[in-house]
Design a protein around this ligand. Structure first.
Ligand code: ADP
Length: 385
């Protein structure tokens, strides 16, 4: 901007009306600095935005409007240098009011020169854009949060996809095992190579293998029902001792170096609930006791009463579980990441479902285990009085 020769940024020299206009503008701080950056004029808007009266600020260096760190780094002087070099300097940034609070300012500094090109001072126009800035910040924060939510959703979908693929592999593997055994015996039955006295025990083995396949299919269906909130429990009254006995008889043919012990209460242990699902829980615990004790050993099925609850527990002398892995066992697809465990097939659905079903009956499943010694899983259910 070029000023009349001899002008030194005094409001009187701007012409009365124009000076009046500038001095009464309240939405903008409009003021002048001398060539060193000292404030020489002040308007209504400057007082409103920055909080200083004219007599408090005229004569002071304009670096008081900057946050301490920026003032110390001589940013104000640098801005004047840019204005001298390029005619003007413009930016948005934090500035400081008289009371120390900060506001978001839109700033333009213009170098003022006379007709000979000599620098006479600077014009400075500042606008308080704090509200707009805050809204923008909030919009940005909301956009970031939304982007983060979408990223997390995409990650969890990818993890779910991965878990489902893994599950399909594991489930196919689980089904193929008993299927192979059944197919083998079936072909022997077909060509008559099984002696007739062995047929009853082989029939029991096949029954047990079919029960294992049933268990897995049931696990898959139950998980799907649970995901769609369609798991409805029936209400039967029954004695859990008979459930335990049935499962022991069913799993007996699958023993390989195991011997079974039944330690049942001598009094009825009546509960109310979904009999077939409670049977499935005991079947899962038996299946695991056999699977996770590959070297054989005792498997003890106990039942009894504890306070107002009844319990059925299955204890094995298998590989056991270290304490840090205990919380993972009851989660969906929660297989334990140990070398030994990985060599035994499974889907990680069994205990997750057992726990859910027990809890929906007002009961629970607890585990007590020591690595290398064995595990005991206990199902508790409220007793019917
Ligand atoms: P899986 O199909 O893998 O057997 P479960 O949900 O039944 O799934 O069990 C979850 C994990 O808990 C198993 O992968 C295994 O690591 C551990 N586990 C369950 N029962 C036993 C047990 N009796 N002894 C040792 N570990 C067990």
């Amino acid at each position: 901007m070029v000023l009349r020769k001899g002008s030194i940024a005094e409001p009187e020299e701007l012409g009365d009306q124009f000076a009046l206009l500038v001095s009464n503008v309240i939405d903008y701080a409009i003021f002048m600095l001398d060539t060193t950056g000292v404030v020489v004029t002040w308007n209504e808007g400057a007082q409103r935005i920055k909080g200083y009266r004219a007599d408090e600020i005229i004569g002071r260096h304009f670096s008081v409007f900057y946050p301490t760190e920026e003032a110390r780094n001589r940013k104000p002087d640098w801005e004047l240098e840019v204005a001298i070099r390029e005619g003007r300097y413009a930016e948005e940034g934090w500035r400081v009011r008289k009371d120390g609070t900060q506001f978001w300012a839109s700033v333009v500094i213009t170098a003022l020169r006379d007709e000979t090109g000599r620098l006479r001072g600077f014009g400075k126009v500042t606008r308080d854009l704090t509200d707009r800035h805050m809204m923008e910040e909030q919009r940005n924060a909301e956009r970031d949060a939304e982007a983060q939510r979408l990223r997390e959703h995409a990650t969890s979908m990818a993890e779910l996809e991965q878990a489902k693929t893994e599950f399909l592999n594991l489930a196919s593997h689980e089904l193929r095992g008993p299927l192979t055994v059944i197919r083998g015996y079936n072909s022997m039955l077909g060509d008559g190579t099984i002696p007739s006295d062995q047929v009853p025990s082989i029939a029991r083995l096949l029954e047990a293998k079919l029960a294992q396949m049933d268990l897995l299919i049931e696990q898959m269906l139950e998980t799907a029902r649970m995901e769609h909130d369609r798991l409805e429990l029936t209400r039967d009254r029954f004695d859990v001792r008979w459930v335990a006995q049935e499962q022991l008889d069913l799993f007996r043919p699958l023993a390989h170096g195991h011997h079974f012990v039944m330690d049942a209460a001598h009094e009825p242990l009546v509960v109310e609930g979904d009999r077939s699902r409670i049977s499935t829980i005991v079947a899962n615990l038996m299946d695991n006791a056999l699977k996770y004790s590959p070297a054989g050993g005792e498997i003890c099925l106990m039942s009894g009463r504890r306070g107002t609850d009844v319990f059925v527990s299955v204890r094995d002398e298998g590989i056991g579980i270290s304490p840090e892995h205990l919380p993972r066992m009851f989660t969906r697809f929660g297989r334990l990441p140990t070398q030994e465990n990985m060599s035994i097939s499974g889907t990680g659905l069994g205990l997750f479902l057992c726990k859910e079903i027990a809890v929906r009956h007002g009961g629970d499943i607890k585990v007590n285990s020591r690595p290398g010694v064995g595990s005991e899983f206990t199902l508790t259910l409220p007793a019917v009085r």
